[in-house]
Write a protein that binds this ligand. Structure first.
Ligand SMILES: O=C(O)CCC(=O)C(=O)O
Ligand SMILES: [Fe+2]
Length: 441
């Protein structure tokens, strides 16, 4: 464009912006901590991550492929790794909240024994197995991770997404209702203490490792955050273990205590100390593992001939983005029957994430979602004082939300015909009876 000052032209800006001159390059572009983690010989007793593609495999890794004998690989935990940890008082399944707290603080995870009763476990396992098989038969199965061999197109880790749509017991898990998960009250107490009572549910999925499944690279689930603080995590996972789990069937690899080690390293700086080796999670079916967002972990290798089913529910701070856009994903029937607590945890109560400004005045966005689904949510566009009455008076979705309904009777300048048209209309949805969540009232 002629006349634009040269300082505003893309070529000038590109020439004046070499990487070293850019703001916060060290912080934003360091690639840490993963750059350090995947460096060869970094973990104590591990020579690198896994990737069958030689071009992507960590430099110097001898042969691509899963070598189940080589103790130097991070996913083989029976030799040196076992020795390393043999005298440590690592978490074991218990019910005592004092011990659970101590394990979560010290090791970054804890194991709640019999969090699912025998009956709850059987019901949940049956539901997950049926759903998993049905999604495979329906051509709807979701496979994640790296395929075990270059000639195999699909990975062997099956995900079932959006569990709240797929069974009442899963909704009860989100609410920590003892009817679905007897250990719910203990889980909730630990999450409240770790995250604050106003955490959101980010995603709730089943992860079924099929025989021959690859190990997953070690990662932190709060790894998307650009920094970590020593005081507390930003995310916490609740894992429901539905089959006895060990190194043999791909029990999750965890590096005990890694949450503290990584949080102590300043943002963007390389890891300057050796990390301890990973171990595989060992726990009976019905155990719930709570592990926090800074803990290094990943799926193990499934060396058995059976499926390894777990459920993982991720919880995040209310100012973080949820993995699932629950307001779009959740089935209408589930939303219409939802408690205040479920709606809150799905992120349906604003503060953030509101439609047409409703983030600024707490209200449930179920009205907006249902109206959109019915094709009758109209957005406010360009208006002028002399816009036609049908535009000024149109049935905008905004009129039906809580905030608009609260303010409508007091609007000083509403044209008479418009005020009358919308006065006293039933809202398309009302919030559930009972106290508001997370604060009463
Ligand atoms: O499958 C597992 O054991 C853990 C999965 C996991 O960590 C993840 O998907 O982020
Ligand atoms: Fe993870």
């Amino acid at each position: 464009m002629p006349g634009v000052p040269v300082e505003f032209t893309p070529d000038y800006i590109a020439a004046a912006s070499p990487k070293e001159a850019q703001l916060y390059a060290g912080f934003l572009q360091s690639g840490e901590p993963y750059r350090s983690l995947y460096r060869r010989d970094f973990h104590t007793g591990a020579r690198g991550g896994f990737n069958h593609d030689p071009a992507k495999a960590p430099e110097g890794l001898p042969t691509p492929g899963i070598d189940l004998e080589d103790e130097g690989l991070y996913f083989n935990t029976s030799g040196a790794a076992r020795d390393y940890w043999k005298d440590a008082d690592l978490p074991k399944p218990v019910r005592d909240i004092a011990r659970l707290r101590q394990d979560l603080r010290t090791w970054g995870y804890c194991l709640i024994a019999e969090a699912l009763s025998a009956d709850q476990l059987a019901r949940m396992r049956r539901r997950v197995e049926e759903q998993a098989e049905a999604e495979r038969l329906a051509g709807l199965a979701v496979w994640q991770g790296a395929a075990p061999r270059p000639d195999e197109p699909l990975p062997r880790l099956q995900f079932i997404h959006c569990l709240v749509n797929k069974g009442e017991q899963f909704v009860q898990c989100v609410e920590h209702d003892p009817a679905g998960v007897q250990g719910g009250p203990v889980i909730e107490q630990l999450l409240n203490e770790t995250m604050g009572r106003d955490f959101l549910m980010s995603s709730f999925i089943a992860i079924i490792s099929h025989p021959g499944n690859n190990p997953q690279g070690l990662h932190m689930d709060q790894g998307t955050a650009p920094f970590h603080v020593a005081d507390a995590p930003f995310t916490v996972n609740t894992m429901f273990i539905l089959a006895d789990t060990s190194a043999h069937n791909g029990g999750t690899l965890v590096v005990p205590g890694s949450h503290r080690l990584l949080a102590d390293i300043p943002p963007g700086q390389p890891i300057d100390r050796p990390l301890p080796p990973a171990i595989n999670l060992e726990a009976p079916a019905g155990t719930v593992m709570i592990f926090e967002g800074r803990l290094l972990h990943g799926t193990g290798v499934n060396r058995s001939n059976d499926l390894r089913p777990i459920l993982v529910m991720n919880s995040v701070k209310p100012w973080m983005r949820q993995q699932e856009i629950h307001l779009m994903s959740t089935r209408r029937e589930v939303l219409e029957a939802a408690s205040s607590k479920l709606l809150y945890r799905l992120g349906a109560l604003t503060g953030y994430g509101g439609v047409e400004g409703a983030w600024n005045c707490p209200e449930h966005q179920v009205v907006q979602r249902l109206m959109m689904e019915d094709g009758r949510y109209r957005r406010i566009g360009e208006l002028r004082p002399d816009s036609p009455p049908e535009d000024l008076g149109a049935d905008y979705g905004w009129r039906h939300g809580d905030s608009a309904r609260r303010q409508a009777p007091h609007q000083p300048a509403t044209l008479a015909g418009i005020r009358e048209r919308y006065e006293g209309l039933e809202p398309p949805w009302r919030r559930p009876e009972g106290p508001k969540f997370p604060r009463g009232g």
